[in-house]
Design a binder for this molecule. Sequence first.
Ligand SMILES: Cc1cc2nc3c(=O)[nH]c(=O)nc-3n(C[C@H](O)[C@H](O)[C@H](O)COP(=O)(O)OP(=O)(O)OC[C@H]3O[C@@H](n4cnc5c(N)ncnc54)[C@H](O)[C@@H]3O)c2cc1C
Length: 591
Amino acid sequence: MSTPTSHYQPPLQDIAFIHRHWLAAEADWQRMPAHEAMDQETADMVVEAAGRFCADVLAPLNGGADLQGCSLEQGRVRTPDGFPAAYAAFVEAGWPALACVPEAGGQGLPQLLDAALHEMLASANHGWTMYPGILHGAYACLHAHGDEHLRTTYLPHIVSGRWLATMCLTEPQAGSDLGLLRTQARPAGDGSYRIDGSKIFISGGDQDMSENIVHLVLARLPDAPAGTRGLSLFLAPRGIPRDGTLVPNGIHCDGIEKKMGIKGSATCAMRFEDAQAWLVGQPHQGLAAMFVMMNSARLHVGLQGVGHAEMAWQLARAYAAERRQMRVQPRPADAQGPADPIALQPAMRRILLDLRVWSEGMRAIASWVAHQLDLSEHAPDAQERSRAHALASLLTPVVKSFFTERGFALASDALQVFGGYGYVHEYRIEQTLRDARIAMIYEGTNQIQALDLLQRKVCASGGSALAPLLQVLRDEADACAAAGLEAQFAAPLRAWGDRLQALTQELCAGAQADAELAPRCAEDYLRLTGTLCMAFAWARAVRVSQGLEDASLREAKTASAHYFFSHGLLDAEHWQRRIQASAVVALPGAL
Ligand SMILES: Cc1cc2nc3c(=O)[nH]c(=O)nc-3n(C[C@H](O)[C@H](O)[C@H](O)COP(=O)(O)OP(=O)(O)OC[C@H]3O[C@@H](n4cnc5c(N)ncnc54)[C@H](O)[C@@H]3O)c2cc1C
């Protein structure tokens, strides 16, 4: 059996289908003053160039970086071979500035295109992608909350990508509960602050790819109240820019983790010792400033799930076409002849179809959420902006959590297609599986995302936060009915919208008397919401593909949509029943 030679192939056709037909993005761009010059042809060119970079520069480094990992040499991190050069090429091509506003030196392109870039980066090389992974978030945070000094001294270098950024939240005793943070900040008397404390698990805390590193650090001021209300956000550069040079700051990398996946990414233990820093935003308002960064970061993590599912699909499809075992049709005992490709076996076809249907459906939904972010900032009408904001905010935890969970599960399904070969490094799928797992943990664990959705957003609003999504499901059902798709698509979509609404009302009412009810049901509620988003994705896909000239694309979309509605949507029943069981059956106490 030969080892696979094919590398990552950017899913340009599907991205173009989503942008052109599923979203009809061009018409929206032309209504938004910030993007009125944008057209689909330009968008295609940007996505193609991003895909080339991912396939030609990043994907070839992925397997080697996994084996080599990072090392710490005299207090400095050395990243895998080829990483610094790939980053120089990324900066040179202007990718960090893609969706930053022109006033800050960015290209001002829609976040929808940034989403396509981030999915492809994750497919090609998740470990490498961790280094520029929070650049956009750091830009958004400083752009919104930085004062004049921070915006002029740091923002241009972040937008250009010459300086990379980190997000320093986690401490040994404080992970999901940031209220337990202990890192201290004290005023230095000259407008700056001094930071002391230890942070762990900091991605790219040190590296050899950019000339400087800008750390965004959560810490407590001396008069800070306890808990999360006492957190302030600071910018602490590794090198302090002064008179044209970078003066070393009191920031040290004490170690890097040995870990399950994304081995090319240095996960650092950081020590801040009398480190000079500047306040970002207002004292004790650090979480609010950080949230600007976390929302974009969470969408990017959800896109990692999509990227891993896509990579798993590509690897499994290529392998299944080549690997031959047994014949599909029974034959006479004496008949000779080669075995068939396993891609013809129904069990393998089922896995491959799942991979395609979930990858493409998740891409549509993640792109839709990115497009809502663009609309929430730039739509001409205030009501439309606020609706888009509500949808993006409701669905960000779903994209982060459900898609990363599915990305990991799909990578595991794909590994099965390889049999024993899937378990060895050479065939790449085991790396995809290991790399995919972290996305369920960082940027707020998937359990915390589920609480954010059900408790903090849906129940806290008495259910009204769900209204924009219910409206979307109903509008799509009506559009499908008008397109002659009533029985297979419109009716189930409408029925599920009604069931989600009724279930939500029950949960909101029950949660008032039972404080544990929402936390008990939250994960399955998020999965149910995610499954219904997928149904929306496929209902719209089958509807808009009806008018496509490309018959093979139309047939593929139609087959996938039918498969999702006949098989994938059955999951919704399962999640609904589990939620109903959890709503009435209390869990035993601590085990
Ligand atoms: C490779 C890697 C890279 C990382 N990069 C960064 C980074 O760049 N910057 C940074 O600041 N941090 C980073 N982190 C840290 C990451 O964000 C944390 O690991 C994560 O937030 C969880 O915190 P914890 O590990 O302390 O787990 P804990 O908070 O101790 O959680 C343990 C388990 O309990 C669950 N749990 C906790 N509270 C609740 C609750 N209320 N309800 C339900 N379940 C709950 C969690 O979901 C989890 O399953 C990284 C971690 C890793 C492994």
